[in-house]
Design a protein around this ligand. Sequence first.
Ligand SMILES: CC(C)(COP(=O)(O)OP(=O)(O)OC[C@H]1O[C@@H](n2cnc3c(N)ncnc32)[C@H](O)[C@@H]1OP(=O)(O)O)[C@@H](O)C(=O)NCCC(=O)NCCS
Length: 322
Amino acid sequence: MRSVVRGVGGYLPEKILTNADLEKMVETSDSWIRERTGIETRHIASSDEFTSTLAIKAAQKALSNAGLTGADIDMVILATTTPDDTTPATAVKVQEAIGMTQGCAFDVQAACSGFMYASCIANQFICSGQVRHVLVIGAETLSRIVDWTDRNTCVLFGDGAGAVIYGASTPEEDEVGMGILDIIIHSDGRYRQLLTTTGGVSRTQNAGYVLMEGREVFRHAVKNLSDVAEEVLAKTGISVSDVDYLVPHQANVRIIEGTAKKLGFDMDRVILTLPCQGNTSAASIPLALYEGVKSGRLKKGQLVLLDAMGGGFTWAGGLIRL
Ligand SMILES: CC(C)(COP(=O)(O)OP(=O)(O)OC[C@H]1O[C@@H](n2cnc3c(N)ncnc32)[C@H](O)[C@@H]1OP(=O)(O)O)[C@@H](O)C(=O)NCCC(=O)NCCS
C-alpha cells in the first residue's frame, strides 16, 4: 500500500513585508537581500492570526481540493516550530476546526524539515494499514520568533501554512506506482547550535529568538540536500531525468540553485516560491506543492523530488508520484 496525495492547500497572511520596508527597520538594502537570498517579499501574520489560524485555512483548502471532510481524516500531523501554545499541540485546534472527533492529532518539531518528517510518519501509518487518510500540515508564524533588529535573520523568514492530505492507494494506483515512493529523514545534533533560538520553555521560560550562523548553515545545506536527494533516487532506482520537478525547501535561491545544479536539474524544473514568500520553514514545501498545482505545473502522474534542511541539523528527501 502507498500514500497518495489526495489534495493540497495553502494559506498566506494578507500583510506583505517588502525589502523596502526592511530597509527602514535594519541596515540592509533591497539589492543585498535579492542578490544574497533571492527574496523580494514575505507574508506576515496579523496580530489576531496564529499558527493555528493559518493551518486551519490551509487544511480547509486541502480538504476541499480532495473532496473530503474532517470525518474522513484519521490523523492530523502538524509540523511547526511556532506552536500557538506550549501545550496542547496546535494540531488539536485544527482537528476541532475541521469537525474531526475521531482519530488523533499531534505536532512534530523538526524545524524546516518538519513537513518531510510529518509526511514520513504519515506514510508509515498508511503503509501499515492502520489509517486511511492523514492530514499533514506545515504551519509557521516565524515572524513571532524573529529578532527584527537582527539583519542576519530578519530578512529571511515569512509566515504561512501548507497542507497535504495523503490517502491509502487503490490497487489501480498501486499498479501505476502512484504515491510516496520513499521518504528518508536524517538529523545530526552535533550541529544544533548553528541554527537555534536564544531560548526555550525549559531553559529560559520563553520561546527565544532565531539565532543562525548563516555561512555555516549555507555550507552544510547544499551538501546535505544533494546527498539526501541522491540517496532517495538511488534507493528507489529513479534517475533525475525521470523526475518532473524538484520541489525544495525555500531558504535561499543560491542554496536551491546549487543543489539543483549538483543534481542536474535546470531551474525551469524547480518550483520556486521563495521570491514572494521567503523562508516559511515547515510550511515551505507544502506551499510550493500548492503553488505548483495551482499554476498547473504539477499534474497528476508526475514524479516530484522533495528535499528539506533545517535546524538540528535535520534534513530529508522524498520522491512522490502525484
Ligand atoms: C544569511 C545569508 C543570506 C548570508 O549571506 P552570505 O553571502 O553568507 O553573507 P555573509 O554571512 O558572508 O555576510 C556578508 C556581509 O553581509 C552582512 N549582512 C548580513 N545580513 C545582511 C543584510 N540583511 N543586509 C546587508 N548586509 C548583511 C554581514 O554582516 C557581512 O558583513 P561583514 O562582511 O562586514 O561581516 C546566507 O549565509 C544564507 O542564506 N545562509 C543560510 C541561511 C538559511 O538558509 N537558513 C535557514 C536554513 S533552513
